[in-house]
Design a protein around this ligand. Structure first.
Ligand code: NAP
Length: 454
């Protein structure tokens, strides 16, 4: 008899966990994957930038995993309301949280809540047509905007705001976002790194892509890419070295002649977002110096400040997990407390039997899509070790479906998704783009019902 495992979340970490379980013979596993959205893929659908289509090819692997007869997908099921942890305990031998990190981290500076101060998470969700964010409004009439943070999300946001909309028009960007970007007046994006060039979190490929934009010049001053003594040791990292070499060369290019600019600033921390009539009008930054310590290089304020007039601020300083009813949570790290993927009842607490965690909910919001593969396999190894002598709960496979439908939950399955997928691709083709996403849940569900009977 197979052990029955539930995976909550259908992003990369969830699919890699499913794959590792389904490939295991003794004990064998059956996997039910749940997602709060009617559609699968997590950040691959809602996070990866529309002009990064090749990254999305990874969904072909997820489709293959889903074709295993021991795999079922249940979309449109919210853990904590539609489905409870008690249900999981009753119907599954074990369950794995693959819920990611749904919220943005805060900067903690005055003015953060002014109109026009947004998280990058919101903008990313908006241009990707994520149902939670698609109805947000961004006032793109400002000529100058600031992006805080120098990670890969900051690069995505900067590229989307600086790129020629005609290029984006061919992608799977959400229609409402493309329309808004077509009338954007943004001409300058100032990207702020609190530490130096050698501590930038972006990948070499990402910064190079900004440098290669047809529509904008990447501008960085030679004084800000100069390496100080505190940063010498960081150059041992190959990616850091590539970033530093690339930006050192770019710093000699000057302002360039393109209509738009991406201005990269280092050693600059936002200390206040300033407003006029409740709207962002400027950002006050403090010049930093670097200090090497036991935990690496940190930024220390010098007391010297500068005001940059900007009409919008996008905070791109990392993601943060969200607490789910009935599931232990570490509010500090925004993760589910765990030891190597085994869930604890509290940070530094006791192991909770049968509960596991993978991905950003396990280790925090770091790493590329592929990082999740090894991470999920490691958690699945704990599951396998804990179930060396299986004694399955033996729940009937149909029972959980009845529980959820009796509660009035409209369940979507993988076949529904593939029909919606085909619909979106066809709509996209008709509009000369890769895909036209359906971006509201009620619309998705209506369409799914219709497509079932066609
Ligand atoms: P990230 O890589 O952790 O970068 C966060 C940035 O915010 C860092 O530059 C950090 O600076 C800065 N920051 C944090 N707190 C700050 C503060 N209080 N003031 C000013 N700056 C602050 O996070 P992310 O960009 O959200 O990306 C999350 C993960 O997804 C990363 O692993 C990333 O590589 C991955 N991702 C990959 C791609 C891709 O491959 N194309 C695209 C998007 C995301 P410090 O370093 O000084 O803390």
């Amino acid at each position: 008899m197979s052990l029955r495992i539930a995976i909550i979340g259908s992003g990369p970490s969830g699919f890699y966990a499913a794959d590792a379980l389904l490939k295991h013979a003794e004990p064998a596993f059956e996997v039910d994957m749940f997602d709060r959205l009617p559609t699968p893929y997590g950040l691959v659908r809602g996070g990866v930038a529309p002009d990064h289509q090749s990254i999305k090819n990874v969904t072909k692997i997820y489709d293959k995993i889903s074709s295993n007869p021991n795999f079922r997908f249940f979309g449109n099921v919210v853990l904590g309301t539609d489905l409870t942890v008690a249900d999981l305990a009753e119907h599954y031998d074990a369950w794995i949280y693959a819920v990611g990190a749904a919220r943005d981290r805060k900067l903690g500076v005055p003015g953060e809540d002014l109109l026009g101060s947004h998280s990058a998470t919101e903008l990313v969700g908006w241009y990707n047509g994520h149902p939670d964010f698609r109805d947000l409004q961004f006032d793109l009439t400002a000529e100058r905007v600031a992006v805080v943070g120098v990670g890969n999300v900051a690069m995505d946001v900067t590229r989307i705001l600086s790129q020629d909309p005609d290029e984006l028009a061919k992608t799977d960007i959400a229609a409402h976002a493309l329309e808004a970007l077509r009338s954007s007046r943004i001409r300058e994006v100032i990207v702020l790194g609190r530490r130096g060039v050698a501590q930038a979190a972006f990948s070499p490929g990402e910064i190079k892509e900004i440098g290669e934009l047809e529509s904008a010049d990447l501008v960085v001053s030679p004084s800000e890419v100069a390496i100080d003594a505190a940063s010498e040791a960081d150059l041992a990292d190959a990616n850091t070295k590539k970033n530093v070499d690339y930006l050192t060369e770019r710093s000699t290019f000057g302002e360039g002649s393109r209509d738009r600019k991406v201005r990269l600033r280092f050693l600059a921390s936002p200390v206040e977002i300033l407003g006029e009539n409740g709207r962002v009008s400027a950002i006050r930054i403090e010049k930093n110096r670097l200090e090497a310590g036991a935990n690496g290089v940190s930024a220390k304020g010098t007391g010297v400040t500068e005001i940059l007039p900007v009409g919008l601020v996008f905070r791109s300083v990392g993601y943060h997990g969200v607490a789910i009813p009935g599931v232990p949570f570490d509010p500090k790290g925004g993760t589910i407390p765990n030891v190597q993927g085994r869930v604890l009842d509290a940070p530094q607490g006791q192991v909770l039997p049968r509960q596991y965690v993978v991905g950003w909910a396990k280790r925090g919001p770091s790493g590329l899509i592929g990082t999740n593969r090894g991470d999920s396999i490691a958690t699945v190894q704990q599951v396998i070790a804990d179930f060396a002598s299986p004694s399955p709960v033996g729940a009937d496979k149909a029972a959980i479906v009845k529980v959820l439908t009796d509660r009035g939950v409209f369940l979507t399955d993988y076949a529904d998704w593939k029909r919606l997928d085909a619909h979106e691709l066809a709509q996209g083709q008709a509009a000369g783009k890769i895909r036209e996403k359906v971006t509201r849940i009620p619309e998705m569900l209506d369409l799914i019902l219709k497509l079932r009977t066609n």
